[in-house]
Design a protein around this ligand. Structure first.
Ligand code: FES
Length: 273
């Protein structure tokens, strides 16, 4: 059993949870994920590690309440436990000692982006970050990013924080203003990552993305997390979750994601009903 030592509501649908998990906390690196089960009846939920504290042996996860199992997790309180917390899974992100990097985090994608940006900052890399969300309250981890970035930009759909529009509007502006980045790291909804790559690919700017397809076993056995990268089949759970964004077949990822829309919908109806 893994004890919940802290939890914080970040907005109406997103929660941060700190869990005592000594083995994972000792071994994990930015980019890796865990699979948890809130209780014996819950499904496995894959979640990227948002932060970790090796001394306190804790791992921070940030998740969105989107279905039955995340609702069960959400209802747990500090002092309660989750039954499984398996990891670290996946490959750690290969962070290079570039001169200048741009991070782009869409919605809850800011959570897995943060440990990568923090590590780059520790490595002495100059980092700018764009955070985007539906509105002001959907921007998460602002203070944490502020501490490790040179410039922090915001884009919201309704203009309640930063620029009214999308993260890609700011990306276009930065490029038009002559900013040069050795690498862009984009983590967020598939459509956002696809749009970012639509800008960076023609300019041949190295772009890393983190894919979060449906995962079942998390060990490369079930094929649920299959993605195509550079015309090769990869499994996000063992070959990723980070991939070269310039090579990812986003249209296939979007088609596969939509295959499960109906199940998600019935799950939500179950929750509401
Ligand atoms: Fe089963 Fe990746 S989750 S192969």
């Amino acid at each position: 059993m893994y004890k919940i030592v802290d939890k914080k509501q970040l907005n109406e649908a997103v929660e941060l949870m700190v869990i005592k998990a000594p083995y994972v906390a000792r071994k994990c690196e930015p980019g890796q994920f865990i699979i948890l089960r809130a209780d014996n009846n819950s499904e496995r939920i894959p979640l990227t590690i948002a932060d970790y504290n090796r001394e306190e042996e804790t791992v921070t996860i940030i998740y969105q309440v989107v279905g039955y199992s995340t609702k069960v997790l959400y209802e747990k309180q500090v002092g309660d436990s989750v039954v499984d917390f398996v990891g670290p899974l996946g490959k750690p992100t290969e962070l290079k000692k570039h001169k200048k990097v741009l991070g782009i985090g869409g919605g809850v994608g800011a959570a897995p982006l943060y440990p990568q940006i923090r590590k780059l900052h520790e490595m002495g890399v100059e980092v700018d970050v764009i955070l985007g969300g539906r509105s002001d309250e959907y921007i998460i981890l602002e203070e944490e990013f502020k501490a490790v970035t040179k410039n922090l930009y915001f884009a919201t759909n309704d203009g309640s924080k930063g620029k009214e529009g999308f993260v890609t509007d700011i990306l276009n502006e930065l490029i038009a203003n002559g900013e040069e980045y050795d690498e862009v790291i984009a983590i967020g909804p598939l459509v956002m990552m696809k749009a970012v790559v639509g800008i960076t690919k023609p300019l041949n700017i190295q772009t890393a993305v983190s894919l979060n397809p449906v995962m079942i076993d998390g060990t490369g056995m079930c094929g649920g997390c299959r993605v195509t990268v550079g015309n090769e089949i990869k499994f996000a759970c063992v070959d990723g979750p980070d991939f070269d964004g310039l090579l990812v077949d986003f249209d296939e990822c979007l088609r596969r994601q939509n295959m499960y829309k109906e199940e998600e919908h019935s799950c939500r109806i179950g929750l509401e009903g």
